[in-house]
Design a protein around this ligand. Sequence first.
Ligand code: DOR
Length: 407
Amino acid sequence: MNFILRGVRVIDPLARLDAHGQDVWIDSGRIVAIYHHIDEGSVPVVDLTPAPGAEECVLCPGFIDLHTHLREPGDEEAETVKSGARAAAAGGFTSIVAMANTRPPIDTPERVADAYADGRNAASPRLVVQALQRAAKGGRPVMIHPEDEEAIAQINDATGSVVRCVERPPQVETRAVDVAIRALAHARTGRLHLQHLSTARSVEMVRRAVEQGLEVTAEVTPHHLAMWLPVEAPPEPVSLLKVNPPLRTDADRAALVHALRDGTIDAMATDHAPHRAEEKSRDYANAAPGMIGLETALATCLTLGGMGGEWIPTLVERMTAGPHRVLGAAIGIPTPRLHIGEMATAALFDPDAEWTVDAESLRSRSHNTPLLGARLKGRVLLTLSEGRVVHADAARIPVAAGEVAHA
Ligand code: DOR
């Protein structure tokens, strides 16, 4: 592998680098040089210089997803570690954090070792305080899925599992956010990370907690940035829209976009939740919640989620340095950066490239997304992980396409 990417925009948030019109020379997986013009005789050039008025292709550190559901062990038909990793690579992700809500749950060291790679909030305030205090010793945050399950059970008159219950009004989230933030204040130590916020009120609570000096971080999904209810043309089956927390109003969506832009929300996280077709074709009340997101995350944020155009560098930050700040150093995710002389862990994307989301071309084993058939802008052309090509668009980057290794 030895090639020069010509005419790209290089964004490296931790280095505060945003350089237009660069040539990037990659040899044997290593970034050899980034300069405004590189000519090396025999080294093949991939000319990505944009047409006048078009966006430049962006080279940035590989994306980090704080919230991926793989279904191994237990439901390998929906997703395996391997198929999920392939989908991640196609989406530009080079690190993904697998959630533990598999069946059986990944809740012992042995199962972690087996799975190697939460959809639940059953945490009492006392347990959250304890968890925060223990996690603080290891420098780790406690990640909370803020949905008050007792309230959900009451509202839905449910006796068993609350996972599929449909009625989940905003208060079930804001109550859980409030309990978690209070627990953090009470613990007097630790870091709290709030997953997939969906309401404007939650954003306000996080903003206030941060102002008070509490160590709270938060994430938002591509679908909560891009979709709201009611939808004009519901997908078929309509339960493709069912997700926990639910899609909210356009005002909530706008508040989430605003919060991701201004940094109140630190990270975009997919909540990639693969489900077998059979689980989604049931009636709404009994269908499984969740949608896949790894392969559509970038394009969804760029096209529908308010993060295109002038917000591209911010989006890159929230998909690289942001999630790394939340969890990266504590669990050994490599620092997202583009350093000369280092093996590249990077994503190259074309913000202007249009494509149609279709089931056949998705790497994920599951196809549950309401975006099937949608035309989106923003395509990942190349993903490198520690110098290995784990995804390459054969039409655009032919010099790398022959070298795709397992993600
Ligand atoms: O809709 C969801 N599905 N939200 C979650 O938090 C969990 C996920 C799943 O595991 O299917």
